[in-house]
Design a protein around this ligand. Structure first.
Ligand SMILES: Cc1ncc(COP(=O)(O)O)c(C=O)c1O
Length: 373
């Protein structure tokens, strides 16, 4: 541990010790305050804070899979010297580099977006007690923001996190979008349980609210997928919630990348098609466009919902083998991919077919309706 880091942790510890007479909530709020003011506790909180999506984490999207991490040598706003992460910083980012352009935390825009300042006691860090959203930015405007905020509230409620004021979230989005025009980008909103005692029990702190944005390159129009052997649990406590407990997706996507594919697809415990690590799946059988129902355990994708509204499809749950063996077309739906044709599933080649092209065309013609909304 660097001397600087030790000094910061000592500071946090001392602050807590001084506060022995305080209530647990006051102690946790103090811990949060120390971390914020000193801007020195640099965390490897993972993809959710820095705006990396699991679908890009291992490099299918070259620009977004780079983290620009200058050495942390800046002075904190309160005047205390921050520790220098020095050459080890990129290592702690797993060797990746992210172009996080702007980041905002609990009402404050960070001077250095690559210097996240979150308490080491934040419950989102170790136990995944947090929810998040990934939102597309087109020509400086957020796409379908209202729908994403609605899902964030649903995810937070499902996890038992307190509701975050929508005005505050919109303020964060406006703050990261101001000043610099982003052609194509991704906003990442993360709401965590905030500082908490060690262990799975939640503390009494207020949530930590983070908004970050980075520019991203467009996804290719086509991709390949593999089926992975691990089931999605459609009966699990987190089914259908967009929480930061996404490590299963990281493992599955890494396997897809190792086999040259761009996405991994899960069946659920019934053996029915569920979803990809960061995508919903649409497919054509007997000329009919189909997608799994939300009861399959898949996320209620914003893109999925819009395709159902704008183009239409049959919601149906059926064995994944039906899709693997009988589908004449398949496409993935997600923020940033929009509708992306699957041209190979496991060993089977597929065409970039007419239904997928028609959906992409409808998407192109209607996307502007939800820009800035
Ligand atoms: C597990 C999962 N399924 C599906 C999706 C697609 O959802 P959306 O269209 O809202 O991006 C995502 C991405 O958010 C996801 O993480």
């Amino acid at each position: 541990m660097s001397v600087g880091r030790f000094a910061v942790l000592s500071l946090v510890r001392r602050h807590v010790m001084d506060a022995r007479a305080m209530t647990p909530r006051a102690i946790m709020d103090n811990v949060k305050t120390v971390a914020r003011l000193e801007r020195c506790v640099h965390l490897d909180i993972g993809s959710s804070v820095l705006g990396i999506d699991t679908e890009e984490v291992t490099g299918s999207n070259p620009v977004s899979s780079t983290i620009d991490t200058p050495p942390l040598t800046s002075e904190s706003r309160s005047g205390a010297a921050c520790f220098s992460a020095g050459p080890s910083a990129p290592d702690r980012m797993g060797g990746s580099r992210v172009r996080a352009m702007r980041a905002w935390i609990d009402g404050e825009l960070l001077e250095d977006p690559n210097a996240p300042a979150v308490s080491v006691f934040d419950h989102g860090l170790t136990v995944g007690d947090a929810v998040f959203e990934a939102i597309k930015v087109v020509d400086g405007q957020a796409f379908a923001l209202a729908r994403h905020l609605e899902r964030l509230h649903r995810s937070a409620a499902g996890l038992g996190l307190p509701a975050v004021d929508e005005g505050l979230l919109r303020e964060g989005v406006a703050a990261v979008l101001a000043a610099e025009q982003i052609g194509l980008g991704r906003i990442r909103i993360t709401v965590t349980g905030g500082p908490a005692p060690l262990g799975s029990g939640r503390g009494e702190s207020t949530p930590t609210v983070i908004v970050a944005v980075s520019e991203v390159p467009p996804f290719a129009q086509t991709t390949q997928v593999i089926t992975v052997p691990w089931p999605r649990n459609e009966r699990g406590a987190l089914a259908g919630l967009k929480t930061t407990s996404y490590a299963e997706n990281v493992v599955a996507l890494a396997r897809a990348h190792r086999s040259g594919a761009g996405e991994a697809v899960f069946a659920n415990t019934q053996g029915h098609l569920c979803e990809g690590t960061g995508t919903n799946v649409f497919y054509v059988v007997d000329g009919e466009l189909r997608t799994p129902t939300l009861a399959s355990g898949c996320l209620a994708g914003v893109t999925r919902a819009l395709i159902l509204e704008w183009y239409g499809a049959v919601e149906i749950d059926e064995p994944i083998e039906v899709v693997e063996q009988r589908a004449s077309e398949v496409f993935l739906a997600s923020t940033l991919r929009d509708a992306q044709a699957v041209v190979r599933w496991n060993e089977k080649d597929l065409p970039h077919g007419p239904v997928t092209r028609a959906v992409r065309e409808v998407w192109r013609s209607r996307e502007a309706e939800l820009l800035g909304d």
